[in-house]
Unconditional design. Structure first.
Lengths: 795, 234
């Protein structure tokens, strides 16, 4: 058997002597590589599977919502250059007939006799539609949540009429990978909202449809959406289509990028991918910095050995390789462990995501390039760090190395030139301050580590507040109605009060107007939902950016931040609001303020003012209901002019699930941040103790107690950490500000300012991790063999 | 006269791998206040082990150390630290001063933990470093660094100054000046000084000489006529 060469023996012994640090480095590398190996391929797989799914099922490039769309107009749209395929369909909001106390809304979409050619359905179970008068297909998420099976009979209520249907099959659609009722729901609630597909003949007979299409789905010619290979871009095609559809009451245009399901899945994909990139690289850089410090310390410690090796005839290169081997081995071992762990994580995460999104597709095959890439990145960074740390080898001359080392250069620090401060310090405090500034690079590394840990924790502890505001406060404080009803046609506002007559107990109703309009300021245009609210509204409580109550006055419009940003307007600016359906309904308003709102892109007006300017004087097209009646849904659905009822009361389960996901994410983030903070502070402190062994030993000989020495080192860590905390607050704020910017879209605006309690909790957590590192290093001081250290000058 | 420090039948051995090293076979003596003692012996004779045990840095396998009537042997770690803190001042061959502190600050460091410390400026003046007080170790010669180490040891106002090869890393002239300084401290401040050395010439300056060989004190003699350091040569 070949024996280990003597340099390798030395290397091995060196590593076993610093097990704790070596382990800390390996854990950080393994975490970095595992995140790299797991998240990027999972994100990529999710993206690829989704795109493949889109392609196979001909997912629409754009959807147009129109009031009444005659079939002949479909052909006009088809003739536009750049349009490959168009399909009209009927879409109608209905409610499912359920047991008392239960409720569910469904959207029924018509499909042509041979099945849709755009947004094609994937039959999971059962059969396709045979009986056009009775058969429906049910979207899988809804069927699974409610236990609906092929062959089941279900009934829907439309305009007060009950319609009995037969479930022919269970389907999936590329259009509803992420199925939510509207953006305000945020989380899918399978049992509360679903999609039914029925033959065009059945759909045309439903009340409110008047037998005409109200949606047009479009597929572009290749290259339009990407802008490649065609002179015409998407915007031009959309404009042409809108011009054709406008006379038929165009209500909204939704290009694929704005389609809710697609946008949310996309967001998830980007989130997973970017976390895989940024967090893993962060971990690997921290590991590299730790290795550089460790190797640099080893070289200093082995000064005599290096001199002896050189004297024996070993080349600088051979000795350098000896130290780099340690760094490279750490990269390799940590990398392999990371790959193994990452592989398991990837499979688990992929299963969760694919199941959550109901995306058909092959299992996850992690591309070798991710594994090789992760390993290569880890080995390369660690080796480079080793090289950096060991660069001092060349400066060690054999003869000089065997002499005792000259004392390190001492310097006065800045604080000494500030007599007001310096004179007030006790001597031991001065010593601590001097030691902090003695190795500025290491102090900066620890400070950066603490700042990073604190910032990551601040970011993490800010998240629950965001989720709370986005999902809970919205319903508990900002939108306090129990139900929202939509009317099939505008009604006089005074008639709204009649709704409560159908409900048991004390109930109240408040009319509202809601419709989609095009808002424009200069050449900027944006389509958004504009809501007219009673003044004052008892159900919708808008807040400005400083979270003070705000309401629109006549002549004014309030905008959500994302809408104001899109139009580049500020309070006081004028903008015009135009109905997509008719050029006649257009008005100019002054921006009265910006509304703090996380979900959706919206504008708000005074109810009466909006009725007068954009609908009919004194009319409303929906109402908010506040009631304690448990059977309110049933009662409201019975009313003929009510087209749909949505509830904001029973979302507990939905929030529960979201909160559970948030908790899992927060726990993972806290653990990751903690490991990072612990590893940085622990390794830096251990190196610092090792480097000052002789000094600390002479303090012990002089009569300093172990606790006093530990106290000094602790005080140094506390001082550096305090600076880290100070830097962590703005760093955390930068992270949240970046997230606000990066994740704010047309669909939501993120407000992520850390609250004092988030600062408090992140400080407490950071302190806990620092304390753990402190306890781990205390053992080093306890075990310090000062006699040995003083005997062995090269310690 | 009552003994300041007594060593009674001290023994110490330790294991180096599988080999038992009998570092101290037998040591029995007592020292009085104001003695200038030179412990002389070649490498491995056990003199450093003896000094470490006397100074509370190490413990004997058997035997007793009694300091001003107080039993040092059997003290726990905290008590030994307290003993070193109040009674002993160490000076090492390689100075062991803090590189990040100036000369004056190194001396102040010792004052921090002493109950009855001497005035820092006076101590620095005594070791001839008044002009170098604000210099860092890296700006000083070896002799000056050793003066700082001596000043630091003296500033605590200990009962005994224990010096382990204090001139071992210095050239002849500087070594003589350091020995002169130790003699001066012994006389002026009435401090008991123990100097460990392998240098035979240095034995002539001690008023008591303990010669060691193979872990034993083979000679314990009083020097009625010690020489001044400037009169010795090696």
């Amino acid at each position: 058997m070949r024996t280990m060469n003597k340099l390798d023996v030395m290397l091995w012994r060196m590593v076993t002597r610093s097990k704790g640090q070596a382990a800390a480095v390996l854990v950080v590398i393994a975490l970095g590589v595992s995140l790299f190996t797991a998240l990027a391929p999972v994100g990529q797989h999710l993206e690829d599977s989704t795109l493949e799914y889109y392609l196979e099922q001909s997912f629409a490039d754009a959807g147009f919502y129109v009031e009444h769309l005659p079939a002949s107009v479909i052909d006009d749209v088809r003739s536009i250059e750049g349009v490959r395929q168009v399909e009209g369909r009927i879409s109608v909001e209905l409610s499912l007939v359920t047991e008392p106390g239960d409720r569910a809304n469904v959207r029924l979409l018509s499909v042509p006799g041979g099945g849709p050619s755009i947004n094609r359905l994937l039959l999971r179970e059962g059969r396709l539609i045979r009986d056009p008068d009775k058969d429906v297909l049910v979207i899988a998420q809804f069927a699974d949540a409610r236990g609906i099976r092929p062959g089941d009979e279900i009934a829907v209520r439309a305009g007060g009429h009950r319609i009995d249907l037969v479930v022919a099959g269970i389907v999936r659609s590329p259009e509803f990978i992420y199925l939510i009722e509207d953006i305000r729901s945020m989380m899918p609630a399978g049992e509360r909202y679903g999609i039914l597909y029925a033959d065009e003949r059945l759909a045309a007979l439903l009340p409110g449809t008047e037998g005409a299409y109200n949606e047009a789905l479009v597929l572009y010619e290749n290259g339009i959406a990407t802008g490649a290979g065609s002179e015409k871009n998407e915007e031009a095609v959309i404009e042409e289509i809108e011009n054709i559809l406008r006379p038929y009451g165009l209500r909204a245009t939704v290009p694929r990028a704005d389609q809710i399901s697609h946008a949310l899945v996309n967001e998830e994909v980007e989130g997973v991918k970017s976390m895989g990139g940024s967090v893993s690289v962060l971990f690997l850089f921290v590991a590299a910095a730790m290795i550089a410090m460790m190797v640099s310390r080893m070289v200093k410690k082995d000064r005599v050995s290096i001199g002896v090796l050189k004297a024996l005839g070993y080349s600088d290169r051979a000795i350098l390789v000896h130290y780099i081997k340690y760094a490279a081995a750490s990269g390799l071992i940590g990398g392999l462990a990371g790959i193994a762990f990452g592989y398991g994580l990837a499979l688990a995460l992929n299963d969760v995501l694919m199941e959550f999104f109901e995306i058909p597709g092959s299992g996850l095959n992690i591309d070798l390039s991710y594994i090789a890439g992760g390993l290569l990145l880890s080995c390369a960074l660690c080796t480079a760090a080793g090289l950096y740390g060991a660069r001092g080898i060349q400066r060690i001359a054999p003869a000089v190395s065997m002499q005792p080392e000259a004392p390190r250069e001492g310097r006065h620090i800045l604080a000494e030139h500030l007599p007001v401060v310096w004179k007030r310090l006790r001597f031991s405090q001065k010593l601590v301050v001097k030691n902090v500034f003695r190795n500025k690079k290491r102090s900066a590394f620890v400070m950066a580590g603490v700042a990073l840990t604190f910032a990551l924790l601040l970011f993490t502890t800010t998240l629950p507040g965001v989720v709370d505001e986005m999902l809970i406060k919205q319903y508990e404080e900002h939108r306090t109605m129990d139900y929202e009803v939509r009317f099939s046609a505008p009604v006089a506002s005074y008639a709204v009060a009649d709704l409560t007559g159908e409900l048991a107990g004390r109930s109240r109703a408040e009319g509202r107007i809601e419709d989609v309009f095009e808002l424009s300021a200069g050449h900027r245009r944006k389509t958004a939902t504009v809501t007219g609210l009673a003044s004052p509204s008892a159900m919708v409580h808008l807040q400005d950016l400083d979270q003070r109550p705000v309401a629109a006055k006549p002549g004014q419009v309030l905008l959500s931040q994302n809408l104001a940003d899109a139009l580049r307007v500020v309070p006081g600016d004028r903008l015009s609001v135009r109905s997509l359906a008719s050029d006649e309904r257009e008005t100019t308003l002054v921006v009265g303020g910006i509304v703090r709102q996380m979900l959706g892109i919206n504008a708000y007006m005074d109810l009466e003012d909006m009725g007068e300017r954009l609908l009919e004087r004194g009319a409303v097209n929906g109402a908010y209901i506040g009631t304690g009646d448990p059977d309110a849904v049933q009662a409201l659905q019975e009313i003929e002019r009510v087209s749909s009822v949505s509830s904001s009361g029973d979302m507990g389960a939905m929030f529960g699930e979201y909160m559970r996901l948030t908790r899992v994410m927060i726990t993972a983030m806290v653990i990751l941040s903690g490991i990072l903070g612990f590893a940085i502070v622990y390794s830096a402190t251990v190196i610092s103790i090792g480097e000052r062994k002789t000094e600390l030993s002479s303090l012990r000989v002089m009569g300093f107690y172990k606790d006093e020495i530990f106290g000094m080192i602790l005080a140094e860590t506390v001082l550096i950490s305090a600076a880290g905390f100070a830097a962590g607050v703005p760093l955390g704020r930068m992270m949240t500000a970046y997230s606000e910017k990066a994740f704010s879209t047309d669909m939501y605006t993120l407000y992520m300012a850390p609250t004092p309690s988030a600062v408090f909790y992140s400080a407490v957590l950071t302190l806990l991790f620092l304390a753990a590192a402190g306890i781990a290093t205390y053992g080093r001081i306890r075990r310090l063999d000062f006699l040995q250290a003083l005997k062995d000058r090269i310690s | 006269m009552t003994a300041l420090l007594e060593a009674r039948n001290l023994k110490k051995s330790y294991w180096r791998g599988e080999v038992e090293v009998r570092a101290l076979v037998h040591a029995d003596f007592s020292l009085e206040q104001g003695d200038f003692v030179v412990i002389l012996g070649p490498s491995g004779s056990g003199k450093s082990t003896l000094l470490n045990i006397l100074g509370g840095m190490d413990t004997p396998d058997s035997g007793e150390v009694i300091m001003a009537g107080q039993m040092v042997t059997g003290m726990n770690e905290r008590e030994l630290t307290e003993y070193r803190r109040t009674s002993i001042g160490f000076v090492f061959q390689y100075y062991n001063i803090m590189p990040s502190l100036t000369a004056k600050e190194n001396v102040e460091l010792a004052r921090e933990i002493a109950d009855d410390p001497l005035d820092v400026d006076e101590v620095l003046a005594a070791v001839g470093l008044t002009d170098r007080a604000d210099h860092f170790p890296s700006q000083m010669s070896g002799g000056e660094q050793q003066r700082v180490a001596i000043a630091r040891a003296v500033a605590k106002n200990p009962d005994i100054l224990m010096c382990d090869e204090p001139t071992g890393a210095l050239d002849y002239e500087t070594g003589v000046s350091i020995l002169a300084l130790l003699c001066d401290i012994n006389k002026r401040l009435d401090k008991t000084v123990i100097v460990i050395t392998h240098n035979v010439a240095i034995a002539d300056i001690g008023d008591r000489v303990l010669r060691m060989r193979s872990g034993e004190i083979v000679e314990d003699r009083i020097n009625p006529d010690p020489l001044s350091p400037v009169d010795i040569t090696w």
